[in-house]
Ligand binder design. Structure first.
Ligand code: HEM
Length: 483
């Protein structure tokens, strides 16, 4: 038996993992109803932490019957036990992207996509090396391409603002995310100049909704809970409903990403498998993550208020002026802007769940105790609880824009886990950390830079969206008086 890499040096008392799975069939359904409807996610976990006086507990995770063969998990709900999920010598990541069930491969052209592969599988090495090499080759395009997409977006936001006195963010942000990724892979081709037209984001939304329905709730009035629960959580929804539109998406990449597909072949990946993987990376990994996160980032900055806006605008404008433009070096110098990006990823990690199956009997330590997990048990981490751990972060529920500024602040970065790894580590073929990690943080910074070069301050309203993410509406946008 080995000890978790997350364990601290001193020996903590051993404790059996508290919690129970209830009766077969009924236990998982009760937990599912609690999770989606009776309690909601945060309360589901916080009540169990209190009840068992432990941040490592046993519970069932949705969807359960009849989709998951085995919904039983050991849940990790603090910052120190969580990182065992990043230790590839301890956990297996095969087919666990969506947790205790695997969507039909017919959503993905019949292939298991990179994100479903364990690093011990050879195909993971070829695909991830290909992605990392592709991203490295595009480095110099990231900033100008994203700025150009952002400028198009803000023109539309401004138009709506001037005609309606308020402006929605999400309907412009979704195309921004898709256009950026499409142009990155397709030699700067605008997707609206292809057969796809403006249908890319809608196609991906429908494709994501069908495969992820077992993990979602539409937020309908409680009266509908049993109907929704039956329709979304008891059987897999069929992929044929989105097949024709998925094929169009695939064809658009196949037609316009030729040089990238050539490169994939040089990594030993078949052309069609590479293209399905590109659609998955663009649609699920990148578009899915960014469409959830960018509005959340803006929401938190809105809540930060005018003082934070002034500080950000001052920092951004001074550095851009001094550096002669928006460059990698300039972004590195923006301590507050960087910290705000990390703080938003800490407060609300865009992908809140991680899973891994114990490869061997192991011991995981929380702050207070050590727990034995048996080989083959499913380990689950609810990330918002890990990155809001009060034993690591002061006032964890409070958005502090400058939390990660300075030497002391930077020491906390190792507790920011949004990319499925520590913020102080990097994605490799040996781990499952997001290969877009540095790109995502960069895009968050450029979004804030472009925003505060354009506006002095703003106000916004937000509400949670069914599934994942936030809907943001600007209620005022004050154009920059000095730049
Ligand atoms: C805000 C945006 C993003 C978020 C929140 C995000 C988050 C994540 C997370 C949490 C994982 C690990 C999933 C797991 O195994 O449990 C992951 C994996 C992955 N992400 Fe991202 N990601 C984002 C953007 C991107 C971008 C822009 C790219 C590529 C350009 C990308 C490519 C991938 C790939 C290929 C994997 C699978 C890695 C592997 O199998 O080793 N992601 N991402």
């Amino acid at each position: 038996m080995s000890s978790s890499s997350s364990s601290s040096d001193h020996q903590l008392p051993k404790r059996p993992i508290p919690g129970n799975y209830g009766l077969p069939f009924f236990g998982p359904i009760k937990d599912r109803l609690d999770y989606f409807y009776n309690q909601g996610q945060a309360k589901f976990f916080s009540t169990r932490i209190q009840e068992y006086n432990s941040t490592v507990i046993r519970t069932n995770m949705p969807p359960g019957p009849f989709i998951s063969d085995n919904p039983k998990v050991v849940a990790l709900l603090d910052a120190v036990s969580f990182p065992v999920l990043f230790d590839m010598s301890k956990v297996e990541k095969r087919n666990v992207l969506d947790g205790t069930f695997m969507p039909s491969l017919s959503f993905f052209g019949g292939y298991r996509m990179c994100a479903f592969l364990d690093p011990s599988e050879k195909k993971h090495t070829s695909l991830k090396s290909f992605f990392l090499s592709f991203l490295a080759s595009k480095h110099s395009e990231f900033i100008p391409l994203f700025r150009s997409c952002l400028q198009d977006m803000f023109i539309k936001v401004d138009d709506e603002m001037s005609s309606h006195k308020k402006a929605h963010l999400n309907p412009y942000c979704d195309p921004l995310c898709f256009n950026f990724m499409f142009r990155l892979f397709c030699n700067n081709k605008d997707p609206s100049d292809t057969k796809l037209g403006s249908k890319g984001p809608g196609t991906i939304d429908a494709w994501l909704a069908l495969q992820l329905a077992p993990l979602a709730s539409l937020g309908l009035p409680k009266f509908f809970k049993h109907i929704e629960d039956f329709l979304l959580h008891t059987f897999r929804l069929p992929s044929f409903l989105v097949k024709p539109s998925y094929n169009k998406l695939y064809d658009a990449f196949y037609d316009h990403a030729g040089p990238v597909l050539d490169k994939a072949e040089s990594f030993g990946i078949k052309r069609d498998e590479a293209c399905h993987n590109i659609v998955f990376l663009v649609g699920f990994n990148a578009y899915g993550g960014m469409k959830a996160w960018f509005p959340t980032l803006i929401e938190w900055v809105a809540l930060g208020g005018e003082k934070l806006h002034r500080q950000l605008a001052d920092e951004i404008r001074a550095v851009v002026k001094e550096s002669g433009g928006v460059t990698f070096q300039a972004l590195e110098k923006m301590a507050l802007t960087k910290s705000v990006v990390y703080e938003s990823l800490r407060m609300e990690p865009p992908v809140p769940y991680q899973y891994g199956k114990a490869k061997e009997d192991l011991v995981v330590q929380s702050h207070d105790a050590a727990y034995e997990i048996k080989k083959g048990e499913m380990i689950f981490g609810y990330q918002p609880f890990a990155t809001n751990d009060p034993k690591v972060f002061d006032d964890p529920e409070k958005f502090r824009g400058n939390r990660f500024v300075g030497e002391e602040g930077e020491k906390l970065l190792k507790y920011v886990y949004w990319s499925n790894g520590l913020e102080t580590e990097d994605p490799t073929v040996e781990n499952k950390q997001c290969p877009g990690k540095n790109l995502v943080v960069l895009l968050g910074r450029v979004l804030l830079v472009e925003f505060f070069l354009r506006y002095d301050t703003f106000t916004a309203e937000s509400k949670p969206l069914p599934g994942l993410g936030t809907s943001v509406t600007f209620t005022s946008l004050t154009k920059a008086t000095t730049t």
